[in-house]
Write a protein that binds this ligand. Structure first.
Ligand code: OTU
Length: 609
């Protein structure tokens, strides 16, 4: 605390000048009590991680993302599948929102009714603690969602606010008429234009408008209120006390509002994250933050902060640019836009890491700006439109079977839902009984996973991708899900299908083997430490993605990948590595320094530092 507290006090003074002293004293007392009562095993974990702050950057870090109920029924059920995760090499289990959600529609748990309780369908806080302990015994970490931008209207703060309680009204944004909402709306965008148009919801009983960026059942919290900050610290401490290793901070860009702006990524959001970070670093250094900020490239890196520890924000941040550009490259058969755009994402500082991913529970939003497209000589709108056509299967040469999500007729914008396997062509190839295309489709999926496993940071396996699970249309039968096609790629795990992974003749065995061996090769490559720098090169052949990573102690690494539709040549001399050796390759012919890569072919190299 002695070390961290000056940063807490500075942050509070900036955010809440009139209340800073009172708040700092209150939080200091709360943190003091928390540390005194900290269970011995977790206190030990705090000490270990202070001594080894790069624990989450080790090359054996592998994430797995699942809904607890869809993966294993309940939290207790997960214990039965820890061997499965261990087999894949998983060391970081991210369970989707598991705190008590409102009944009925709740956006997959992102409408929280109580931060103190686990969703009763999934279990209890005792179950959560037991799961964390079991994971820790296996050297696995637990990541849990913290939805801190909004609550459900059923949360007791919201219930009181709705009933007119002044204290709790100030936890949210209430307006008696349209004057302020209309002024804000001039510069706000709509996140869910189809099923939640506008950013405010009328409450007839309260005769008030309330700010709802997402659904009408997700009320934005007013973080300019110091009481909200103090409440959320208690929530974080409680989760840390249960043994949670990483908090996925949902929708952080929206946490501060100012009229005349889009109310995303404002400087105060970063001040908030720095200050939350400083409090938690004093109380529970074993628990880290992961930023969920799905934002343009220039806005992304700031979410981890820079410089000395007091300036740090989240240790981890989703690399949504890499994800989007991978899909874009697959559709266009060239890596030019990816190369150009990745070169413009600011380097991540060495104290932090990306989480890299191919698919997640959300749609793919084409975060490719007009400027980025123009640098490649393309029209941004046309390219984004092409990607929607391509991944919804409408484009003539498409191999994908996805669905358009949230098409906005006013702006022409749309996003894509669909499982990785269906978007890679596996669904189409299976339906056509085309074994040649099935092989190529599997290679596409492998190429995407090989890239995220090597690019830097923790790669996330999205549940089902390791088995090639296809789109699941059964969500249409559930009224709470039917209007939200993101459920098409949120399948229920089929353990009988998973069991086929041991039969070498099956598709499941092929894909599971690919993912497992990728993660094993990654773990065995010291240069893949998350602290290594990444440099995306500009190869002469624009079908290729080429990047090199350098770690001052652990050596260098390079990946060459062919997104083109034909075989491409590459000279290893272009990597500028001394004595590179091949860690892994697929679809590659080596003849001295010359390399020929088949479509979707790739190679990993390592070299001494
Ligand atoms: C997140 O996503 C979650 O991942 C979604 O599943 C939730 O619906 C949503 O928050 C509300 O809780 O807009 O399209 O920059 O882009 O937070 C998904 C961050 C979203 C937002 C992101 C949000």
């Amino acid at each position: 605390m002695r070390r961290r507290w000056p940063a807490v006090e500075r942050g509070l003074a900036t955010l809440y000048p009139a209340h800073a002293a009172r708040l700092a004293a209150l939080l200091a007392a709360r943190v003091g009590q928390f540390v005194d009562a900290r269970p011995e095993a977790l206190f030990q974990r705090d000490l270990e991680r202070e001594a080894e702050p790069d624990w989450f950057q080790q090359p054996d870090m592998v994430g797995y993302v699942a809904y607890a109920d869809r993966f294993a029924g309940t939290l207790a059920g997960i214990h039965d599948h820890l061997d499965y995760l261990g087999d894949l090499g998983v060391t970081y289990l991210h369970l989707m929102p598991l705190l008590k959600a409102r009944d009925g529609e709740n956006d997959g748990g992102y409408a929280v009714a109580s931060y103190d309780e686990v969703e009763p369908r999934l279990g209890t806080t005792t179950d959560l603690r037991a799961l964390a302990t079991a994971l820790h015994e296996r050297r696995m970490n637990l990541c849990v969602d913290l939805v801190l931008n909004h609550t459900a209207p059923e949360h007791e703060w919201a219930v009181k606010a709705r009933a007119g309680d002044r204290t709790y009204r100030d936890y949210y944004f209430f307006f008696p008429d349209r004057t302020m909402p209309d002024r804000y709306e001039r510069t706000l965008r709509e996140v869910f234009p189809t099923f939640a148009p506008g950013n405010f919801t009328w409450l007839p009983d309260a005769q008030q408008w309330v700010w709802t960026t997402f659904h009408e059942f997700q009320w934005d919290l007013d973080w300019s209120n110091p009481d909200v900050f103090a409440e959320m610290i208690s929530v974080m401490l409680h989760l840390a006390d249960l043994g949670v290793d990483a908090l996925r901070l949902d929708a952080v860009p929206f946490m501060w509002k100012r009229e005349g702006t889009d109310c995303e990524n404002l400087p105060e959001v970063h001040e908030l994250l720095r200050t939350l970070r400083a409090v938690m670093a004093a109380a529970a250094p074993a628990t880290i933050f992961k930023a969920e900020a799905i934002v343009p490239p220039d806005q992304l890196t700031p979410y981890v902060g820079a410089g000395d520890p007091p300036q740090h924000e989240c240790e981890l941040a989703y690399h949504n640019q890499l994800m989007v550009l991978l899909w874009s490259s697959l559709a266009t058969g060239e890596a030019r836009l990816m190369t150009n755009s990745l070169q413009r994402v600011a380097a991540i500082p060495t104290h932090a890491s990306w989480v890299t991913y191919v698919r997640c529970h959300d749609d793919i939003g084409w975060a490719i700006t007009d400027e980025a497209a123009a640098r490649t000589g393309w029209n941004g709108f046309d390219h984004r439109n092409f990607l929607n056509q391509f991944y919804s299967g409408a484009f003539p040469t498409s191999f994908a079977r996805g669905e358009v999500f949230q098409f906005n007729p006013e702006t022409g914008d749309g996003r894509i839902s669909g499982s990785a396997a269906s978007l890679c062509g596996i669904e189409m190839a299976l339906a056509a009984g085309d074994t040649g295309h099935l092989d190529l489709a599997c290679k596409r999926l492998e190429l995407l996973y090989a890239t995220v496993a090597a690019f830097g940071g923790i790669p996330l396996i999205y549940m089902g991708d390791e088995l090639g699970l296809l789109n699941d249309h059964s969500y249409l039968d559930d009224p709470a899900h039917a209007d939200d096609n993101r459920w098409v790629h949120r399948p229920v795990m089929s353990w009988p299908v998973a069991a086929r992974r041991t039969d070498r003749t099956t598709l499941e065995a092929r894909l599971f083997g690919v993912v497992r061996s990728l993660m094993a090769d990654r773990a065995a490559t010291p240069a893949l430490h998350g602290g290594a720098s990444v440099q995306v090169l500009t190869p002469a052949d624009q079908a290729l993605l080429v990047f090199v990573r350098h770690h001052p102690v652990r050596g260098s690494f390079a990946m060459v990948a062919n997104f083109g539709h034909s075989t491409r040549a590459f000279s290893l001399a272009g990597l500028d590595l001394t004595a590179p050796c091949v860690v892994r390759s697929a679809g590659v012919d080596f003849e001295g320094p010359a390399v020929a890569l088949a479509p979707m072919g790739y190679a990993w190299f390592s070299a001494p530092g």
